[in-house]
Design a protein around this ligand. Sequence first.
Ligand SMILES: CC(C)(COP(=O)(O)OP(=O)(O)OC[C@H]1O[C@@H](n2cnc3c(N)ncnc32)[C@H](O)[C@@H]1OP(=O)(O)O)[C@@H](O)C(=O)NCCC(=O)NCCS
Length: 380
Amino acid sequence: MEHEAARPQVVRGLEKVIAAETNLSFVDGEKGELFYRGYNLHELAGRTSFEEAVHLLWYGDLPTRAQLDAFRTSLVSEMRLPTQVADMLKLAPPNANPMVVLRTAVSALGMFDPDGGSNLPEANDRKARRLLAQTSTIIAALHRIHMKQPILSPDPRTTFAANFFYTFHGRMPDELEHKAVDTVLMLHCDHGLAASTFACRVCASTLAGMHSSLASALATLKGPLHGGANTKAMEMLEEIEGPAQVEEYIDGMLADGKRVMGFGHRVYKTEDPRTRHLRELSSKLCEQAGLSHLHDISEHIERVVHERKGMFPNVDFYSATTQAALGIPKAFYTTVFAASRTAGWIAHIREQYADNRLIRPTSKYTGGFDGKWRPIDQRG
Ligand SMILES: CC(C)(COP(=O)(O)OP(=O)(O)OC[C@H]1O[C@@H](n2cnc3c(N)ncnc32)[C@H](O)[C@@H]1OP(=O)(O)O)[C@@H](O)C(=O)NCCC(=O)NCCS
């Protein structure tokens, strides 16, 4: 018997399905362009700090000098973690995936947030600043704990990027490192309806709070087909001895039906616009850090994968070597992506709340209809 409900067609992976309206960012997959609220990413990259981009996403335009100073100060003032959450980080097993710890800690922050029970816009603005600031502190503090070093307080006189680097490494970045961290954070801020952003909006659409929605987003970003790809890309680079081994390695992977991590994209049919900026940073930073061999291997991989599959690197590929040259251990790469994307997720949560309807799609049922109940001792 075929039932009416079983007939509709499924769009696998929701490809090209328009599931939300947003004025935050636009990904033009054909032209390889990305816009934050009408600004082309290339217009912003290298000239716009992370805080300016966050202000653009959250409040609708780039800040004036006075607005930027006030916004920066308010973010730094919110970086402190509740003692209980800092203690919780110390209890995490040292080999726990930092994304697992981050997801757990952001969820735990919800128990201690003074605005945790409120979904009013003013409370959400306070939570937004606190969550963006505290997320970066969690990541830096976890690294300090791994290094058996004390957790550091941020320096109120400097930028979000410099504070992230300082609280992570225990020293201020030099000019190139500062520019790189700031640009990496700026480039990862928002990206249309990425899987984690969709998960975040689904959760927000139930009117669950900001902490819950961010925990959903973090859980989704972690996967190797999404934000976890940067760590996987570095694992691959570490297996390749030098540029001469690249062809054999990639051909072997493709022959085994494996995916080259950091390549391919659901929306981009050409180069991801973020790649250009990350490639450039990776080249300069790797040279400064004595890791040029890693950048050279990456460029060879890019050429071979394009020749074999016509595919381009995505944001995660050169993010791996960029972060390696910034001294960030590979287990933390996805958390850096998360530190930035938290800004975009928060903007999407607030956009969802502002015009909410529960997100509740439907499924094509492929089971049967003829089930007959039997007493338990007559089954099997
Ligand atoms: C990003 C990604 C998940 C998009 O997936 P998608 O839009 O669902 O594309 P599909 O999985 O349907 O792949 C389409 C084809 O390209 C191939 N392909 C896609 N990405 C590939 C990759 N990185 N390496 C090798 N082959 C790849 C698939 O095997 C498939 O080939 P087939 O049609 O012969 O079976 C996919 O490109 C991928 O797995 N990339 C590696 C992980 C990664 O870098 N993720 C970060 C994304 S920003």
